[in-house]
Each structure stands twice: as C-alpha cells, then as structure tokens.
Design a protein around this ligand. Structure first.
Ligand code: NAD
Ligand code: LMR
Length: 339
C-alpha cells in the first residue's frame, strides 16, 4: 500500500517517499470521551488531520462502533477503539497528545461549575492514568469546568511526580472561535482574516475577549464592544439554551478542539510561530492559571505571552474576573488534594 500511496501522491517521481514521511513524524493522539457529543465529531476531524499517524478513541462504552466507522476514512491515521477502564492504558500508551472531552455537559439553568461534582472525579481518574501510561503527552483539557479541571489535572500530575507545566492546556479555543465570528459578523469583515485574543478563563465573566487588540481594526462604539464581549462570554449558554436540554456545544467545540490539537502537533513537529490562546500555568497575572496567547513548541508551551495593552473597559473586566477565577482554581486544587 506504500507503493499505491506514493503513486497517488504529487511526489510520485521520488521513489519510496510515502505519505507518512510527507506528513511528518509518527504522532499518536488519544481522545478520552470519544463516543460523546464532542468526541465523535472530534474523532472525525482528527482522522482528517494528516499530522496524526495513530488515533486512539477511548470511552466507557460505544467506542468500538465509532472507531470502526471513522477507521474506514482513507486518511493517514490508524484508528483503534478502546472501551472500559481496563483498556484505558492501551489507549494512552505512546500518546503525544491526549484530548479530554469526557464528562457531563450543562443543561439550561446550570453554570459550568454545577458540573464540578461529576466531572472533577472523571478528570482525576483519567489524569491518574495519563501520569501512568503517557506522562509526556500534551494534555488538552476540554471537560468543564475548565477553570477547575486544569488545576485538578496539575495536582494529580504533581502527586504522581510527572507534572510539567509546559504540557497541560485548558482548551479555550472555542472562545476565540466565537469572538472572531461575532466580531467579523458585526464589522462585516472577512472572518478568515480576523484575529481576537481571548484571555482569563472559560466561564462567564472569566472569559475576557480583547477586542481592543482585534485585527483588522473596526470602528465600534463602547456599546458595541460591550455587546460583543457579553455575547462571547454567553456563547456557551446561547447554545445550551438553543439545544434545550440536549447538551451544550459539540460541533463548534469539536472544530475548536481539532484546531488546538493541530496547533499542539505543529508545535511538537517544530513548526515555528504557532500561537494560540490557552488556559495554562501562568505568571502573566498573580493567578497560578490564566488563559492568554501561548507559543507552542517541541515541548508544549514555549512561551506564555503577556496580555499587551488593555482598554479601560478590559482592565475593569480583568479586575472583576480575578476573584471568580481564583475561587475556581482553589476549588480544583482543594478537591485534588483532599480526594
Ligand atoms: P457528552 O455527554 O455528549 O459526552 C461525554 C462523553 O464522556 C460520553 O460519551 C461519556 O460516556 C464519556 N465519559 C464519561 N465518563 C468518562 C470516563 N470516566 N472516561 C471516559 N469517558 C467518559 O458530553 P459533551 O457534549 O461531549 O461534553 C463533554 C464535556 O465537554 C462537558 O464537560 C462539557 O461541559 C465540556 N465542553 C467544554 C467546552 C470548552 O470550550 N472547553 C465546550 C463544550 C463542552
Ligand atoms: C461552551 O463554552 O460551549 C462550553 O463550555 C459548554 C458550556 O457549558 O457552555
């Protein structure tokens, strides 16, 4: 099949040059919670990523079907499904990137913190296994409340002696995706050219889009900026309400998760100047975890970038979000150290 592949490629003149060489080094990606609302479309998108050579799909149940289905797609990666805790080790072994969308989603009227009681335990047990089976993997945490689940993961890894702050990421890409969409829509700009950093955390007012740094520049009134900020902060709730009890964002989240995992893989592969916003261990503010622009490299976080100049409105919002974010971080640390 290597011959068939090289004949089909644009470099058919070069003998022995196969698809995996064209696509970079071998990279294994594991998705934990792969049979869920996010997990399934995320599995599809990761199967379409040529940087992936092995795709491990893990869930408590349902993954054999998802894996069989996705595995028929004629792209580079080899797909395997793993169901149940006794297969978790195999799913994780050798992983370069582990994406975690395992856990319960919100229903209307709930906050992300209302998910803590169930999801904290799920994240803790999955991270315990990561520490054992693939301690060097980059961990992309999607499970909510992200503001607390990332500190939980850090504590679990610290206890296991495997913690490397460069390898743990809270996925806040969906906030950036939303900010770009809403900004471009309101300014009538080509969304593909728009950039908006989003900093802070991933819940309500802790989500702080920096529209003062958005490019291209648009002439918005203070009221417009306030409305765009609020819509970005309430984007998750907008979807939860529209789905009316059938869960939260899954498709846009799968897109955002695939984008962030791709950035992690590019960083690992040595592609220069890969920058994405993410919730990481940080010294950018006095809080131990904070989302901001992060340069990704061969070891995960290469550099956590400063916030840059803020408008007065953003400065106020930054001040207002810190107590909530701090409380969520402390809640996560306390859970992990007590249980
Ligand atoms: P879902 O209920 O559709 O799927 C969750 C999956 O996790 C299920 O298949 C379930 O079996 C699995 N799961 C539960 N316990 C597990 C365990 N111990 N090991 C492995 N898998 C396990 O939910 P969803 O809509 O896919 O959302 C998943 C999580 O992602 C929720 O916590 C949600 O709040 C969060 N989320 C985060 C963002 C973000 O921006 N970071 C965006 C959307 C959703
Ligand atoms: C989102 O932002 O869509 C997710 O965090 C899910 C949610 O509960 O809003």
């Amino acid at each position: 099949s290597a011959i068939a592949r090289s004949n089909a490629s644009s470099s058919a003149r070069i003998p022995c040059r196969n698809y995996s060489v064209d696509s970079g080094p071998e990279r294994k990606v594991a998705v934990l919670g792969a049979a869920g609302g996010i997990g399934q479309p995320l599995a599809l998108l990761m199967k379409m990523n040529p940087l992936v050579s092995k795709l491990a799909l893990y869930d408590i149940a349902g993954t054999p079907g998802v894996a069989a289905d996705v595995s028929h797609i004629n792209t580079r990666s080899e797909v395997a499904g793993y169901a149940g805790e006794d297969q978790l080790g195999k799913a994780l072994e050798g992983s370069d990137v582990v994406i975690i969308p395992a856990g319960v989603p919100r229903k209307p009227g709930m906050t992300r913190d209302d998910l803590f009681n169930i999801n904290a335990g799920i994240v803790k047990s999955l991270c315990t296994a990561i520490a054992k089976y693939c301690p060097n993997a980059l961990v992309n945490m999607i499970s909510n409340p992200v503001n607390s689940t990332v500190p939980i993961a850090a504590e679990v890894f610290k206890k296991a002696g495997t913690y490397d702050e460069k390898r743990l990421f809270g996925v806040t890409t969906l906030d950036v995706v939303r900010a770009k969409t809403f900004y471009a829509g309101k300014a009538n700009l080509n969304v593909a050219e728009v950039n908006v950093p989003v900093v802070g955390g991933h819940a309500g007012i802790t989500i702080l889009p920096l529209f003062s740094q958005a490019t291209p520049k648009a002439n918005f009134s203070d009221e417009d900026i306030k409305a765009l900020t609020k819509r970005t902060q309430d984007g998750g709730t907008e979807v939860v309400e529209a789905k009316a009890g059938k869960g939260s964002a899954t498709l846009s989240m799968a897109y955002a998760g695939a984008l962030f995992a791709d950035a992690c893989l590019k960083g690992l592969n040595g592609v220069p100047d890969v920058v994405e916003c993410s919730y990481v261990q940080s010294a950018v503010t006095e809080l131990p975890f904070f989302a901001s622009k992060v340069r990704l490299g061969k070891n995960g976080v290469d550099e956590v970038l400063e916030l840059g100049p803020l408008s007065d409105y953003e400065k106020e919002n930054l001040k207002a979000l810190k107590p909530e974010l701090e409380a969520s971080i402390e809640k996560g640390i306390k859970f992990a150290s007590q249980s």
